[in-house]
Design a protein around this ligand. Structure first.
Ligand SMILES: [Zn+2]
Length: 453
């Protein structure tokens, strides 16, 4: 691999740059600033006139700062007045962030080894050749010096997309800029953030002309209103709640978990919208349909789940919802909900029974049904029996369910074979059983029942 690490430009002097911790002594030469005097901080009183050009580095104008005692011979000496540019800070700030209060060095090695490397770096693609390479270079040097275990600063990189307007980058000359302050005033920060997140995956561009902050605001209000309709107490046993809604809740948790791992935040929001709709329906089903409405423990479970997942995208709304639900602050400390695998399994699936290519029956069976049991059920079907006309026999060979019309083997010899029906135990999705047909026909196939899920 070839790293095109570029030379570091130090010639652009700024008074706020990073001081170089070297003291120049006429007798001793270049003397490093002793550890106990680090870090060298900029003079606090460098203002106004002091900053006007004088043919030297801006720092050189501050004599009280420049003139110091030589650490070695105690004679008069001067600080280095050149400064390094911001790349020096961005090359290792993540190490300092781990222990910002640490005073015995640049960072606490114990904490570094606990936290580093950074799990996910999010930044614009413009950082690829400078900042990110410098950061890697710094980390590798610090690693080689034996100061930290990690030899890479970041485990994963995400280049976020751009916000466009009408297909073009926002710019003053085009006059297509959107005033973020106005948007925030009008819709609130939660709605604006949710709008960006819902518009696309983070690595894609967002076109502001295509999005709807008012739609996001409406959704947030709809989610928040659910909290007011929950009448059960915090801590109620969810297990007695409506099974259908519980399935939606737990599938949302499971799906969100997987989607978040792949940065598909927009799809998580879509799932959240589905959960809010399902919860609203369950609440409104009270009375006539015999449902418990807002008193149903499953409703509390669903709305608490909405609050926790929503806190990732709309923390203010989520915090308020958490409060409305009767919980102490903060929803951020609520922890991620655990989904129950048992609730994800569908109650039944439809097994389609075909004989010589024609559908003869549909059987509602458990997704965990075994081959033998399914075969018996299929054979017990009147329709299947009629189709086989009493001549059918079913046998199992090498993991395949074979149907044959045994009375006429020499003429038709048709063997209908399909892939083994596998139990779906422990899976939250019932696998669609695709029959691979020999001789143009198929045997029982199980397909997920339509409807929820
Ligand atoms: Zn000296």
């Amino acid at each position: 691999m070839n790293f095109r690490l570029r030379d570091w430009l130090l010639s652009r002097q700024r008074f706020w740059g990073t001081p170089i911790p070297i003291i120049h002594c006429p007798a001793c030469g270049e003397v490093p600033v002793p550890d106990e005097q680090l870090p060298v901080t900029l003079p606090a009183d460098l203002r106004g006139e002091d900053l006007s050009p004088k043919g030297t580095s801006p720092l050189a104008a501050v004599e009280s700062w420049v003139n110091v005692e030589c650490p070695d011979c105690q004679g008069p000496a001067k600080r280095d007045t050149d400064t390094m540019d911001t790349f020096v800070d961005s090359s290792w700030y993540f190490l300092r962030f781990v222990s910002p209060q640490f005073t015995d060095g640049p960072f606490d090695p114990e904490k570094i080894n606990d936290w580093m490397p950074v799990g996910q770096y999010v930044g614009g693609v413009e950082h690829a050749i400078l900042h990110l390479l410098y950061a890697r270079f710094f980390t590798k040097v610090i690693h080689d010096l034996g100061m930290i275990d990690a030899d890479e600063p970041f485990s994963a990189l995400l280049n976020q997309g751009q916000v466009l307007n009408g297909g073009k980058a926002m710019s003053k000359s085009l006059g297509n800029g959107v005033d973020l302050g106005e948007q925030l005033d009008k819709f609130g920060v939660d709605a604006v953030r949710l709008t960006m997140i819902f518009a696309s995956p983070p690595e894609d561009d967002v076109d502001w002309a295509d999005v709807s902050p008012s739609g996001s605001a409406k959704f947030l209000a709809r989610a928040w209103r659910l909290g007011r309709d929950v009448t059960s107490a915090p801590g109620v046993d969810f297990a007695t709640g409506d099974r259908a809604l519980r399935t939606v809740t737990h599938r949302t948790i499971a799906d969100a978990e997987a989607l978040l791992d792949h940065n598909k935040f927009n799809v998580v929001v879509a799932k959240l919208m589905e959960l809010v709709n399902a919860t609203r329906k369950t609440i409104d089903r009270a009375g006539a349909a015999g449902g418990a409405g807002g008193a149903d423990p499953a409703v509390r479970e669903a709305v608490e789940t909405v609050a926790v997942i929503l806190s990732l995208f709309a923390p203010y709304t989520a915090e308020d919802l958490w409060n409305v639900l009767g919980h102490p602050a903060s929803v951020a400390n609520a922890g991620w909900p655990t989904h129950d695998e048992a609730l994800l399994v569908q109650d039944t699936v439809t097994a389609v029974v075909q004989v010589q290519g024609k559908v003869r029956d549909r059987l509602e069976v458990s997704p965990e049904i075994g081959e033998d049991e399914l075969r018996e059920l299929a054979l017990a079907s009147d329709n299947v029996q009629r189709a086989l006309d009493g001549r059918g026999s079913v046998r199992l060979s090498s993991g395949h369910l074979n149907w044959s019309t045994s009375s006429r083997p020499s003429r038709s010899g048709k063997t209908l074979s399909g892939r083994r029906i596998r139990p779906a135990a422990g899976h939250h999705r019932v696998p669609r059983q695709q029959a691979q047909i020999a001789g143009g026909a198929s045997c029982p196939t199980a397909t997920p029942q339509g409807g929820r899920g």
